[in-house]
Design a protein around this ligand. Sequence first.
Ligand SMILES: NC(=O)C1=CN([C@@H]2O[C@H](COP(=O)(O)OP(=O)(O)OC[C@H]3O[C@@H](n4cnc5c(N)ncnc54)[C@H](O)[C@@H]3O)[C@@H](O)[C@H]2O)C=CC1
Ligand SMILES: O=P(O)(O)OC[C@H]1O[C@](O)(CO)[C@@H](O)[C@@H]1O
Length: 383
Amino acid sequence: MRAVHFGAGNIGRGFIGLILSRAGYEVCFSDVNDRLVELLQEKKAYTVRLANEAQETFHVTNVTAINGKNPEDVAEAVAGADLVTTAVGVNILQHIAAGIAKGLEKRVARGAAPLHIIACENAIGGSTQLKAHVYSHLSEDMKEKVKASVAFPDAAVDRIVPIQHNEDPLEVQVEPFYEWVVDESQMLEGFHRIEGIHYVEALEPYIERKLFTVNTGHCAAAYLGHVRGFATIQQAMADGNVAEQVRHVMEETGALLVRKYGFDAAEHGTYIQKIIQRFMNPYLIDEVARVGRSPIRKLSSNDRLVRPALQAYERGIPVVYLPKAMAAAFLFDDKADEEALQIQEDVHQLGIDRTITKYTSIDANHPLHAEIKNHFERLTIQP
Ligand SMILES: NC(=O)C1=CN([C@@H]2O[C@H](COP(=O)(O)OP(=O)(O)OC[C@H]3O[C@@H](n4cnc5c(N)ncnc54)[C@H](O)[C@@H]3O)[C@@H](O)[C@H]2O)C=CC1
Ligand SMILES: O=P(O)(O)OC[C@H]1O[C@](O)(CO)[C@@H](O)[C@@H]1O
């Protein structure tokens, strides 16, 4: 069995590649980082190390790579794959779509077996988004043919993998916890079950629980931590004030999730507590810059901050700390992050009122808009 995985980065090697290799797949990574591709082609293996006291390691073998900048190679790899997965970043999906579409055309011409394409990104409906990008490259006739044999099941992936600073450039240090949940209702009949994947009939509760707890809480720690001058999540969470606010943020999203999906409140409280422990993992050094990266994406209306805040507000659930985390996102001025720089420029050019609306799509008359603005002004004076 051969899996083609787009993105040989932290999640690609440290999570998806590891699971697929252990499940018996030969994993072919497609990446645009020349050095990474060459190393994977040469070594055909790499190490994953767990961030815990034992520092347990896994030797991942039977891997190779192709250069994603070569469209013919990408199409050929997709044409010959038994499974396609991605972890490139949701904004990059549009750039890999043409190669996948070409590969699907080849499969149709060859009468190849059915295929699942699973996007493992931090987003709601990641595979569905990828499908739309891929379909935009297909003719109407080809879309019908592809529809019959190719499925794009949505997924939720959870494992904290920080930026790596290892001597061995292929080694990846990951937290011990992982969860990969796939929407079974979107799979083709008779699909092959992969050990390590949790298949569920309805994904929405899982993806919202993960995105609105792990990702919302994590980016709140990054933005509130950055405002206070911390460089890592571990440092930020060691500050009692930041840690308390992060907990309140997750309690707000928790109240929404419990109301919306009927989760048991006590169990959800335990889930939050475990996530706080994961954020504080002393064996990881996770940079605020990574966890807060791409604030335009994170402040967008369908993502981890605005979506739960609006849903909670609509249900009459009080939200105070979520708008504060959003306000801190408008102060995230990481010089290496293009999206952060764009927001800073807008704050200066347009003013905070218009900038809030521009990025969150929250209208100036909405009470949450005023909340964000008030917090922004207070944070500017007293971080
Ligand atoms: N790092 C983490 O803890 C987690 C990340 N995620 C999600 O996984 C995705 C990847 O994140 P990371 O692995 O952290 O990022 P990363 O930056 O380590 O890896 C992304 C990889 O994609 C490659 N890439 C970029 N453009 C490409 C293209 N056109 N074709 C092929 N490869 C391309 C990059 O060269 C890089 O190696 C993101 O959507 C992220 O939100 C999800 C859960 C956890
Ligand atoms: O990858 P993104 O969406 O930029 O956000 C970083 C997020 O990824 C994770 O590492 C895993 O979901 C979180 O810890 C963090 O919130």
